[in-house]
Design a protein around this ligand. Structure first.
Ligand code: PLP
Length: 398
């Protein structure tokens, strides 16, 4: 079948591939310690679920305005102002079908053939592919584990060219948990202003940061608005991955472009999900710190557990719910090597140890594994036991 060039430029999400392989084994009755999924294991909070149910009962099941219902656009702006100190108005906000859709719409509105988009690595798997689909070229900047996977403005400056259209900052980061501190983020903003390029801030994990980091939006910096595109999502903060609601905050002209795209593709995000999201924005936030307390405990358990495995090093993630250990000592041809690549090692871990992880190659970071700790302490302990057994056998065999 002859598919389009633009489709041939991208690949199916590698994280989805890992999840599918783990699901296949689970279907055969195999007990998998699953560190694969990038989503909260918590249910959507009750008050939000009830708002969704109420919306169904009240027959709020018709088309809505393409950019989302006005009360939701207003509530997102008010929430973002209250939580992250920005100053957006509803005309600068559009509701999308999840944060991924927000990024897709923005990229297709701004990026075209020949444009370059700067992406710090390790990166979330979808950034490069969405850039490529839009016709652009991803330009990667490597960050180091020793720096907490936090990109520096000076590194970005080195790769800016006349073709640079945008810089993407995802802080806290999926997959590394890296956080860009506010002062560095402001330096990156200054660079973007100087070179007249867009700064996209992906804030999907904004509320899951660990001491000493705090939730921060670059949109809180005065004079940022003309240069900044904020991507937000209900998925992680409110454990609403399946509801599919995200948003874009940006200058009105760009919002109009995104609405135009949306009007010819998805139309409005699901009406009842919008009413649930409205409750998320207006209602109590008490479940968010409760989730953070749990993630904090799990983070300690997983990082300490990983560090105890021979040949594995692991930084403390500054945010999100992923550990990103370096397992390169177990790769290659050396005496402790198990496999040539992380992808191969991940397959072995799934098949032999029944542990699901995502290989670092998927995120532009060969030598690393992404371990999601959005799972219970008991499952974390079980997974760590299996990893320990697996890697100790390697040491013993060496
Ligand atoms: N951005 C990052 C960094 C993510 O990790 C994800 C989801 O995993 C998204 C955006 C998109 O989330 P959603 O489309 O569920 O809102």
């Amino acid at each position: 079948m002859q598919l389009t060039d633009r489709l041939n430029r991208i690949q199916i999400s590698p994280t989805a591939a890992v999840i599918a392989a783990a699901e296949q084994l689970k279907a055969k009755g195999v007990d998998i310690a699953d560190f694969g999924p990038g989503e909260p294991d918590f249910p959507t909070p009750d008050h939000i679920k009830k708002a969704g149910i109420r919306a169904i009962e009240e027959n709020r099941s018709k088309y809505t305005a393409t950019p989302g219902i006005m009360p939701l656009r207003e509530a997102i702006c008010a929430w973002h102002k209250r939580e992250l100190h920005s100053s957006y108005e509803p005309k600068e906000c559009v509701v999308n079908v999840g944060g991924k859709h927000s990024i897709f719409n923005v990229m297709c509105s701004l990026v075209q053939t020949g444009d370059e988009v700067i992406i710090p690595a390790p990166y979330w798997v979808s950034f490069p592919d969405i850039v490529k689909y839009a016709g652009g070229t991803p330009v990667y900047v490597s960050t180091r584990a020793e720096d907490g996977f936090s990109v520096k403005a000076a590194q970005i400056e080195k790769v800016i060219t006349p073709k640079t259209k945008m810089v993407i900052i995802n802080s806290p980061s999926n997959p590394s948990g890296g956080v860009v501190p506010p002062d560095e983020y402001e330096r990156i903003l200054a660079l973007c202003k100087k070179h007249k390029i867009w700064l996209m801030g992906d804030e999907c994990y904004s509320h899951f940061t660990y001491d000493p980091h705090k939730p921060f939006s670059i949109a809180s910096v005065s004079g940022s608005k003309e240069h900044v595109i904020i991507i937000g999502s209900m998925s992680k903060t409110f454990a609403m991955t399946g509801w599919r609601v995200g948003y874009t905050l940006a200058p009105e002209k760009l919002i109009q472009a995104v609405i135009k795209m949306q009007s010819q593709s998805t139309s409005n995000p699901t009406s009842i999900a919008q009413y649930a999201a409205l409750e998320a924005m207006r209602g109590t936030m008490e479940t968010v710190p409760l989730m953070l307390v749990e993630y904090t405990k799990r983070r300690k358990r997983i990082v300490e557990g990983l560090r105890a495995i021979p040949g594995v090093t692991c930084e403390w993630p500054g945010g999100a719910f992923y550990a990103f250990p370096n397992i390169s000592a177990h790769l290659g041809d050396g005496p402790n090597a198990f496999a040539k690549t992380c992808t191969e090692l991940s397959r072995l871990l799934l098949e032999k140890a029944h542990v699901a992880v995502v290989p670092g190659e998927a995120f532009g970071a060969p030598g690393f594994l992404r371990i999601s700790y959005a799972t219970s302490i008991e499952r974390i302990d079980e997974g760590l036991r299996r990893l320990n057994r697996f890697f100790s056998r390697a040491e013993a065999a060496a």
